[in-house]
Design a protein around this ligand. Structure first.
Ligand SMILES: [Zn+2]
Ligand SMILES: [Zn+2]
Length: 74
């Protein structure tokens, strides 16, 4: 979290939630390369996190994903 300066990486608001780009499952949650890897983590605020998951669920079109799996606003 400190590396992101505690700011939401999407909107620059208050970062409150660590989103995992590769969703955690029972199979991978104990693998630190997945659960703790910086490149798999994105610090976001509450509202952006909700929007990310709406997008992942196919409910919204506010974000897209770049080639590295980073979430970027349209
Ligand atoms: Zn945000
Ligand atoms: Zn999430």
């Amino acid at each position: 979290m400190a590396s992101a300066g505690y700011l939401c990486e999407i909107c620059g608001g208050v970062g409150e939630i660590v989103h995992h780009k590769i969703p955690l499952t029972e199979a991978n949650m104990h693998d630190p390369k997945i659960s703790l890897a910086d490149e798999n983590l994105q610090l976001v605020c509450r509202s952006c996190h909700k929007r990310i998951h709406d997008e992942l669920d196919g409910k919204g079109r506010r974000f897209r994903f770049d080639k590295d799996g980073n979430i970027v606003p349209y």
